[in-house]
Design a protein around this ligand. Structure first.
Ligand SMILES: [Zn+2]
Length: 86
């Protein structure tokens, strides 16, 4: 399973149907999720999705403690210098 590069949380990847951009999702359905995913494409959860009993998913942006970084772009964690020269 892929993991978030910022916090290391397990995530699933989907593509936003509207924008075509990849979006990280928290794994598994959640009660208060606001997204539905069909064939790997995510869209805002609608009454129709409810009718079809689609799972509610939630963007990892909503829960990631490093969400601010995600909003700009995924940034690989900075490498700390292994040793400081003194
Ligand atoms: Zn994260």
């Amino acid at each position: 399973m892929p993991t978030c590069r910022s916090c290391g949380h397990d995530i699933d990847w989907a593509t936003m149907e509207a924008s075509g951009r990849p979006i990280p999702l928290d794994p598994g359905p959640v009660d208060n999720g606001n997204l539905a995913v069909v064939n790997g494409k995510a869209h805002a959860y609608t009454a129709e999705d409810e009718k079809l009993h689609r799972e509610r998913r939630r963007s990892h942006f909503a829960t990631c403690e490093f969400a601010d970084q995600h909003r700009t772009r995924f940034v690989p964690p900075r490498r700390k210098p292994s040793q400081r020269s003194e």
